[in-house]
Design a protein around this ligand. Structure first.
Ligand SMILES: [Mn+2]
Length: 319
C-alpha cells in the first residue's frame, strides 16, 4: 500500500496535506514532515500543509495557504472521520485523496487508505513511509517526526511497540538529531499554565463512579490568561490518579461557539461514547464538541455508567 501511495503522489503536481481540527503535535508534525520530504524529493511539485494553526506549536513548523488547481491531490493525515478534516474546500474538488492514519477506521475517504492502528502515531507511519519508499529525509524532518511521535505516545509510554523503537532507532542513527533540545521544547512550561493546572487539580469534581471532571468557563480562561485549548492539552497530566478511572476537561470556547471536551480513560473504552457527542478518537483518549453545558452533564452520566459497567465486569471476572 505504501508503494501504491507513492505512485499516486508521483502523478500529481499540486499536493495538499491536511489533518484534523483541533491541531495536536502528531497531526501537525506529520503534515509538516511529509510536506518537507515531498518538496525535497520532488522539487517541481507544489506541496502545501494546510489547516488552522496554533502558536503553541510554532517550534514544529509553518503552515501554507491553500491554493489548488483542477488536478490536486489531497493527503489526509491522522484523521479517521470526514467531518473532522481541517480544510476549507469541498473534498469533491480534489482529483484524488489518500489517507494515512493510526486511528480506528470511521469513514471511507478513498481507495488509497493506509491505516495502521498498531502504529503509535501518524509520525511513526510517516517515518516508515519515507524509509520504505526512499523519500528524502534530513535532520530537520527527522526531528519534527520525532517530536510528533513523542507527543502522541507521551514520551514512549502510550501505544509504543517494538516497531516504534526500531524505526526511531534507525532515524536516530541516521540523522543524529539533538534529543535533549527537543525534550526541552516539550518540557518547558508557561507559568500561567502551571498555575491553571493547579486550579484544575484543586477543583476537579469526582463522581461516585470515579469520573473526574472540570467545567471551565471563558471567564476562568481569561482570569488565568490561557486559551481554550489549554485544558485539553493538560488532560494527560491527570493520568494515574487513584480513585479516578475516567477524566475529562469541559471547556467553553466562545470564539468557536462550542464546548470542547477532552476525555481520557484507564478503564472502559470511551471513543464510542464520544462519537455520540460530535467527537471520537482513540479507545482511551477521545474528544467531543458540545453545544451546551447541559449536554456535558449527559456525557458525564454516560461516562459514569461506562465506568460502573466496566468495574462490575472486572469484579465478575474475579480481577
Ligand atoms: Mn495521532
Amino acid at each position: 500500500m505504501l508503494k501504491k501511495i507513492l505512485k499516486e503522489i508521483k502523478k500529481y503536481e499540486t499536493i495538499v496535506i491536511a489533518r484534523h481540527i483541533g491541531v495536536d503535535p502528531d497531526a501537525f508534525a506529520s503534515q509538516v514532515a511529509l510536506r518537507d520530504s515531498l518538496r525535497l524529493s520532488f522539487p517541481n511539485k507544489k506541496v502545501m500543509a494546510v489547516g488552522t494553526g496554533s502558536n503553541k506549536f510554532n517550534y514544529i513548523g509553518k503552515l501554507d495557504k491553500l491554493e489548488m488547481d483542477d488536478k490536486t491531490l489531497l493527503i489526509v493525515l491522522d484523521t479517521p472521520d470526514i467531518r473532522r478534516i481541517d480544510i476549507s474546500k469541498d473534498l469533491k474538488e480534489f482529483k484524488s485523496i489518500i489517507k494515512i492514519d493510526h486511528h480506528p477506521f470511521v469513514d471511507k475517504l478513498s481507495d488509497l487508505e493506509y491505516i495502521d492502528t498498531k502504529a503509535s502515531s501518524t509520525c511513526e507511519i510517516i517515518m516508515k513511509f519515507l524509509d520504505e519508499v526512499g523519500l528524502t529525509c534530513n535532520e530537520e524532518i527527522a526531528e519534527v517526526l520525532y517530536m510528533g511521535l513523542i507527543a502522541d505516545t507521551n514520551r514512549f509510554f502510550n501505544s509504543t511497540t517494538p516497531d516504534t523503537f526500531s524505526i526511531v532507532s534507525k532515524y536516530l542513527r541516521k540523522y543524529k538529531f539533538n534529543m535533549k533540545e527537543i525534550y526541552q521544547k516539550f518540557y518547558l512550561r508557561d507559568l500561567k499554565e502551571v498555575r491553571f493546572e493547579g486550579y484544575i487539580s484543586e477543583n476537579m469534581v469526582v463522581t461516585e463512579d470515579k469520573v473526574g471532571y472540570i467545567k471551565i468557563t471563558d471567564k476562568l480562561l481569561k482570569k488565568f490568561e490561557v486559551d481554550a485549548a489549554a485544558p485539553g492539552n493538560m488532560v494527560n497530566d491527570f493520568n494515574f490518579i487513584d480513585g479516578i478511572v475516567v477524566w475529562l476537561t469541559i471547556t467553553e470556547d466562545i470564539k468557536n461557539e462550542i464546548i470542547r471536551v477532552s476525555i481520557r480513560s484507564r478503564g472502559p473504552e470511551i471513543n464510542k461514547i464520544a462519537e455520540n457527542y460530535a467527537g471520537g478518537g482513540h479507545k482511551y483518549a477521545s474528544g467531543a464538541r458540545l453545544k451546551t453545558m447541559k449536554e456535558a452533564d449527559k456525557l458525564i452520566t454516560d461516562l459514569n455508567k461506562a465506568v460502573r459497567d466496566y468495574l462490575d465486569k472486572e469484579e465478575g471476572n474475579g480481577n
